[in-house]
Design a binder for this molecule. Structure first.
Ligand code: NAD
Length: 360
């Protein structure tokens, strides 16, 4: 039976990347029924809404989507569609595998880690109060007078909530990923030595969850130490589960370690739906040039295939992408020794090469 999937091309370079990815997904032999829906700058220009109800409705119905990147205007305009999506669908787990494929130029060829980032809590919860506002004055008074915890008069305040519920489900998601993907270890990263009641809670919950999964090794690291160790001994790490902010930062560190943003895939998973998309943005300066690397979105497609339990197709597609990268001939500019290498191919030709590899 065909898998019904919401297909969101996005904007900027998104439509080119999404089309290349769709062609490769179809070439695996798995059948899809695509429900194509708009999001981003282009539909905002046409309809005054960057994230129409019909797009959200489609994902709620199909429960699985693949999305090209979408631009978030700086300062004015509309709110990030990605943030809206995560909130509307409670996509609480962001899974970002960072694997260095042979042929990629990287100082960290041993890297094969999976970042599992909590998506809904922490300093990203949006509980913020501006310096000088009435809210800060009230909070400062309360903190100083009632809790004996004064803050300076000219402070801005961001609040960091981390709950038992949120920590439990993200650590469970990390163990679930490890078990389903044959990975042997989960590392929880935190700063529990300093933030005892937020990160400390996260660590305590992580330890309890780990007890329920004795077949997977568990350890924890303080976040600064983890960063140090990731760039000195990346081969010692496997699945890493982190609260939101550390997860955001370590995801980009991981993308850098495997050769760049063009290679870093992602999936946002919730109880009701899952949305697969690259870590990178819409790279608008390359829009319409058939230039940027579709690997990150294609590998997000591989994650999607695994999510819908099309494992042999996922393995075949990942192996073909890896082989095209290893050969290093029909690859985009970012995978060549120099950025102006005349032998670089375009987005669409990279997809052709992957399809050819799958059929060989
Ligand atoms: P970006 O990731 O779009 O691009 C930064 C640079 O990285 C590019 O100029 C390019 O040199 C390189 N790059 C990115 N993707 C590449 C690829 N596939 N192949 C080769 N090189 C690639 O980051 P930005 O310029 O900071 O953001 C552009 C827009 O995208 C912003 O509006 C931002 O808010 C948005 N954004 C969207 C998402 C998303 O939709 N999930 C994620 C991040 C940023």
């Amino acid at each position: 039976m065909a898998h019904e999937v919401t297909f969101i091309p996005g904007d900027g370079t998104g439509p080119e990347l999404a089309e290349a990815t769709r062609r490769v997904l179809e070439a695996t032999g798995v059948e899809f029924e695509w429900d194509e829906q708009p999001a981003g700058e282009d539909v905002y220009a046409d309809e005054g809404n960057p994230f129409p109800d019909r797009t959200l409705g489609s994902i709620k119905r199909t429960k699985v989507g693949i999305k090209g990147p979408t631009t978030t205007p700086v300062g004015s305009g509309f709110r990030s569609i990605n943030v809206q999506l995560r909130k509307e669908l409670d996509l609480y787990a962001c899974i970002r595998p960072c694997k260095a494929y042979p042929g990629v130029r990287t100082r960290f060829p041993e890297t094969d880690i999976v970042i599992v980032r909590e998506n809904t809590e922490d300093l990203y919860a949006g509980i913020e109060f501006e310096n000088g506002s009435d809210e800060v004055k009230k909070l400062a008074k309360f903190l100083g007078e009632e809790l004996d915890s004064p803050v300076r008069d000219d402070a801005g305040i961001s609040i960091k909530p981390i709950s038992v519920f949120g920590s439990e489900r993200i650590v469970e998601a990390a163990f679930d990923y490890a078990e389903k993907n044959g990975r042997g270890k989960v590392t929880a990263a935190h700063k529990a030595n300093i933030m005892k009641f937020s990160d400390g809670l996260f660590l305590e919950v992580a330890r309890k969850v780990a007890e329920k999964h004795p077949e997977v090794e568990f350890e924890d690291r303080i976040i600064d130490n983890l960063c140090n160790q990731l760039v000195s001994r990346p081969e010692e790490y496997d699945v890493i589960v982190l609260p939101n902010l550390y997860g955001d930062i370590v995801s980009d560190l991981g993308a850098g370690m495997i050769g760049g943003l063009g290679l870093a895939p992602g999936g946002n998973i919730g109880t009701e739906a899952a949305m697969f998309e690259a870590t990178h943005g819409s790279a608008p300066k390359y829009k319409g040039q058939n230039k940027v690397n579709p690997t990150a979105l294609m590998l997000s497609g591989v994650l999607m295939l695994r999510h819908v339990e099309e494992i042999p197709a996922a393995d075949k597609m990942e192996a073909a992408i890896a082989e095209v990268i290893r050969k290093g001939e029909k690859v985009t500019y970012d995978l060549k020794p120099t950025r102006d290498d005349p032998s670089a191919v375009g987005t669409s030709e990279f997809a052709d090469a992957v399809i050819e590899e799958m059929n060989s």
